[in-house]
Write a protein that binds this ligand. Structure first.
Ligand code: HEC
Ligand code: HEC
Length: 211
């Protein structure tokens, strides 16, 4: 009984100190008074308040007009980022099942003669496991809980990579907002070349199965 009284007494004393402590913090009050107000104009990219949005003319989107083969390249944003398309894509998009001009110029073997970067090994590698399904029973071919992955090298472009513009986009020139991001490339030529091939493709994976 004595200990219970002691405990509740210390709780009461403790909370009194706690509450008075909170009320008397002078720094907190000053902080609220001097807090800067944020104006509507400073919030968005348009730099006007919400009521004047219709007066704003957005910056023009300027996609590259350089023809494919002009030698113009754009630095990669970070190590092994999908490179941006540096050339004009007029007449090349959208990519359809019967018309993929990107493959025409970028397929290894052809690309080198045109000075186009060849489609890398990773795009000829299938990372999709081939599960079994006989119409009734579904059986997984990999165990995700064991961090297993199926990788198979192919002679042909893997279907998952057919729609190039899903990952590679043209780049509009100009700078809408300041960009202070500084990429730290892990390979020396990371700004111009992909390093995602060979043993790099499977780095950090526990179990690799054929398919
Ligand atoms: C007429 C041939 C041709 C066609 C068609 C073509 N490209 Fe290119 N591409 C090039 C060449 C050549 C380069 C190298 C830069 C240059 O000289 O323009 C290049 C550069 C690139 C790059 C930058 C590579 C790097 O190393 O930074 C990407 C990405 C790219 N093309 C994607 C595409 C996509 C996606 C398509 C289809 C929408 C496409 N290209 C269609 C010839 C072509
Ligand atoms: C699912 C996303 C995806 C699709 C679809 C895709 N790519 Fe890529 N691509 C990437 C990524 C990520 C990289 C950089 C890492 C690597 O090399 O795999 C890359 C790299 C490249 C490179 C630079 C290779 C180097 O050695 O520096 C070229 C060229 C390229 N892709 C062309 C293409 C073309 C052409 C297509 C369509 C046939 C295509 N890609 C479809 C994601 C994609």
């Amino acid at each position: 009984m004595k200990t219970i009284v002691k405990i509740s007494l210390s709780v009461v004393v403790g909370s009194v100190i706690f509450f008075t402590g909170c009320n008397n913090t002078p720094e907190k009050n000053t902080e609220i008074k001097t807090a800067k107000l944020v104006s509507e104009e400073s919030l968005g990219l348009r730099k006007v308040d919400l009521y004047n949005e219709n007066t704003v003319t957005p910056d023009e989107t300027k996609y590259s007009k350089e023809y494919a083969g002009s030698g113009h390249l754009i630095k990669r944003a970070f190590q092994d980022a999908p490179p941006m398309i540096p050339h004009d894509t007029e007449g090349m998009l959208p990519i359809t099942i019967d018309n993929n001009q990107c493959v025409g110029c970028h397929t290894p073997g052809v690309a080198e003669s045109m000075n186009a970067t060849p489609i890398p090994k990773s795009h000829f590698t299938n990372f999709r496991p081939h599960h079994k399904f006989d119409g009734k029973k579904f059986e997984k071919s990999i165990d995700n809980m064991k961090n297993e992955i199926a990788i198979q090298e192919k002679d042909v472009l893997v279907n998952a990579r057919f729609n190039c513009s899903q990952c590679h986009a043209p780049q509009s020139e100009g700078q809408l907002v300041e960009n202070t991001f500084n990429a730290e490339f892990t390979s020396k030529d990371g700004a111009t070349k992909s390093s995602w091939s060979g043993s790099k493709l499977t780095e950090g994976l526990d179990t690799i199965l054929g398919e």
